[in-house]
Design a binder for this molecule. Structure first.
Ligand code: FES
Length: 157
């Protein structure tokens, strides 16, 4: 049994320690908001936060997450309306939407580190791939967030 903390909740799962965290989240904890894209740490669809840092969960053994704080898209806010999620809606960022949970997790981490990021900082942090090419709208939403006062959210970040 591996003991994890996911979205503020202590959970125990009976999986092989080398299983990628992504599959532990999706298949065992039924947190399907984190997506599988490439499986080789390139696309970023599987991005979650571990101790506040964006991590590609498709290549991280679940055992590496033991004792650390894992946050998935489901944990950003209890009502699904974290300020980044709101900005993504307001600026109509998603197109097909598949990669966008990973995009939002990367944006949450970026804004925690750089509340008013420059374009260079956005480019450096937002390495997620989007086949629909939503990059300009991602940048617009992040800049809009940078102008907002940061309030407390109901979630875990
Ligand atoms: Fe993990 Fe693409 S699925 S980086």
């Amino acid at each position: 049994m591996l003991q994890l903390t996911v979205n503020g909740r202590a959970v125990a799962i009976d999986v092989e320690p080398e299983m990628p965290l992504l599959w532990a989240l999706r298949d065992h904890l039924k947190l399907s908001g984190t997506k599988y894209g490439c499986g080789i740490s390139v696309c970023g669809s599987c991005t979650v936060l571990i101790d506040g840092e964006p991590v590609r969960s498709c290549v991280l053994p679940v055992s590496d997450a033991v004792g650390r704080n894992v946050v998935t898209i489901e944990g950003l806010a209890r009502d699904g309306m974290h300020r980044v999620q709101k900005a993504w809606i307001e600026h109509q960022v998603p197109q097909c939407g598949y990669c966008q949970t990973g995009m939002m997790m990367a944006a949450v981490a970026l804004l925690a580190k750089h509340p008013q990021p420059t374009d260079v900082q956005i480019d450096a942090a937002m390495t997620n791939l989007c086949r629909c090419g939503t990059y300009a709208r991602v940048r617009t939403a992040i800049h809009a967030l940078a102008k907002q006062p940061v309030g407390k959210t109901a979630g875990h970040v």
